[in-house]
Design a protein around this ligand. Sequence first.
Ligand SMILES: [Zn+2]
Length: 868
Amino acid sequence: MAPMIELCSWIRTATRGPALALVLALASGTTAPRGVAADVPTPEAHLGFRPGADYRLAAWGDVVGYFKKVAAASDRVALNVLGKSTEGRELIAAAVSAPGTVRDLPRYQRLQGQLSDPRKLADDAEARTAVDESKPVVVITCSIHSTETASTLMAMELLHELATGDDPRTREILDRVILVLVPSANPDGVDKVASWYERTKGHPWEGSGLTELYHKYAGHDTNRDWFMVNLEETRLLSRMLYRQWFPTVLYDVHQMGSAGARLFVPPFYDPINPNLDPRVHQGIFAIGAHMAADLAAEGKKGVLTNAMYDNWWNGGNRTVPQRHNIVGVLTEAASVKLATPIFLGSGDLRGATRGFPDHRPAVNFVDPWPGGWWRLRDIVDYELICARSVLTLAARYRDQFQKNLLAMARDAIKAGETSPPYGWVVPPDQRDPGAAARMVRALRDTGIEVTRADEPFRAAGAEYPAGSWVLPAGQPYRAHLKDMMERQSYPTRLTAGGKAEPPYDVAGWTLPLQMGVRVVEVGSPIQGLEGETIDDVDAPRGSVEGPENPTELLLPNVANDDFTVLHKLLEAGVDVDLLRGDAPNGAENPFVFKPGGPTARVLDAVLPTVSSRVVAKAGDPTRGDRVKLVGRRVGVYQPWVPSMDEGWTRLVLERFRLPYRTVHNDEIRAGGLKERYDALLIPSIGPKTLEEGYSPGETEPAFTGGLGAEGAVALRAFVKAGGRLVCLDDACDYAIDSFDLPVRDVLKGLPTSEFYAPGSVLRALRENTEGSFLASGVADEVSVYFDRSKAFEVSGKSGNVVRSVLRYAATNPLESGWLLGPDRIAGKSALMEVSMGRGSVVLFGFRPQHRGQTYGTFRLLFNTLYLP
Ligand SMILES: [Zn+2]
């Protein structure tokens, strides 16, 4: 059975409009009749300024208010509140089309669902009807990057034009296309940036110097979350894309730096990902060419194509839809300073990377912009042309777009049913069952069909138990599934000078490797599978296994969730010991505690929410050395120069309900840290930013400066007094240099012609760590996420004890992505602990919590922060 199409509730004039219109009329003190175009207010009348006016940004409430007014007044517009953002703001989408279509949106959703999954079609005749009667659904998403301010304002103007226009081109769009317009994919950021901008006006740092991430956890990485779906915004929008609308085209509107082209439009740059259907690429070509032609016709200069942005990467709001047979495109406009105009002389203009060596005419840059003033309104104008262009193209090539949508889904299903891989099995016996469930949920959240086996079954010569999850390759979104499950092999690409040409983002992402989940690829058709296609993925519930009246309980300390249980026990005052050495059931360093007292209450409350297995034991207490655990006081450093790695660290700790406090420069510089903390974490931030922070004049004086000399002294004192300082990736340099640690990063300073590994998964091996708990519960082999990261060796002599916890594999460390110069890294240390006084510094040469994705190495982070 194919999953159901989920029909969303749209606020329309035809149904809920009158009540809303009345409310709005009362609120605004007007009594104008609804439903005719003349009643639709202009954005200018609503905001008090024209979208794109210099020095003016809109607050999110005003944007939503405008969309609601237009939906109430126009029978061409229906509004859907998708849900609440991370910080509780309404995330909205407006459907815009001809009134007859807007009155009947569920029908068009159904047709779109059929074209996206031909198994919902009875026969060829029904398929032809679906092609003929459907209308291409074009989703436009704005300002996922909140400092890229123009597109939300553009969306207000686009909405108004389509709700009121009576010209042939508007009618053509309305008659033949459905636009789903998302005025911001990160509503929280719209307010954060607008209010910060107001504060900066008139200061040297006007339009810059933000001191917090513009998304609570992700900042700019909001657009790196589309396959993992860690954030509320990506979850709600993915639901809209893959369960409600099944769009034909998605246009994600962005801005870039100021000094290059005025606007990038597709096609993209090499390399391309082999999993994308060629018709997706050709659709991208058509849209990009049409946009560029429309821009030229309107006299807009400085349009760049075929450069900078490649089509390899998976994870963004154009690239994940591309693996769902959606023609995903973006544009990137040159930025102003939020809303403050900028002036660029011809000498200020320059090229950038890949395919754009300089700011001179070229086949992909036919009409350079000469320089001059560049204003927010210019960006709005360019983006409006692009938005109308993609809608017009979709209207005119309606048939081809809709036929392709159907054909791509059909071919994907056929390929998965007739050629290997036939699917993937996720067996229930996993080191970390919670991580396995989380992986399957990420796939399900992005529209992947999942079957849960009711009975044992055979696949490729092996038997799998009931409860296994099966991900069949024969499904419409095969390209996405395959791209998540297989290992990426990024092509070696060098510049003319022999240096590595960086990919747009990362090179590899294989989900089972990142998450430490055992998955079996099936090379022949799966037989005898009984089970149902599941809608939501339930993680296995925690349990207590063993005799009825135990004398002792053991938490194996292997799953990430075990830390959640541990902290709930410690918070309730339960005495928990860490067993030095292995327990009889094979668990390493388990947590041991007594039943009775508050224990039962804690377990009853926490076990239904985690996948931990508690082992009950009768008889004598387990033998072995014990260390009594206490709740460790953990601080996470937050710089005023926003750090996404810091944000993701918070997300991961909060997801596992682990206690921490945020620490800023002042507190560190003031010293006395050991009195308040047992462990301090510095996220991956470069030494210069750590030391110096914002320079004077770059932001408000209260937020300038970094850790400074006092901070280094205070951190050294903290470690010497017995604290543990945990440094992630880029922050390792800071500790090595500041404390003269006898450790060297062997990759430091190497040219990229000799060593390069951007965002890849590498194989690491556990060292003999007797006497330390840093590797507790970690498998002998572990996949680590390496993004232009580090490899250590001991250098020089000192009184410090240096212990390597993980080592990059001596042969073939690359598991997924791109590794140029493997010999440089093979066998070097990936994770070290260096003693200093009574404490130690832990150096992570990789990203243990990268973008909240690397479940396979979260435990290493938890061990360093929460174990003695
Ligand atoms: Zn962007």
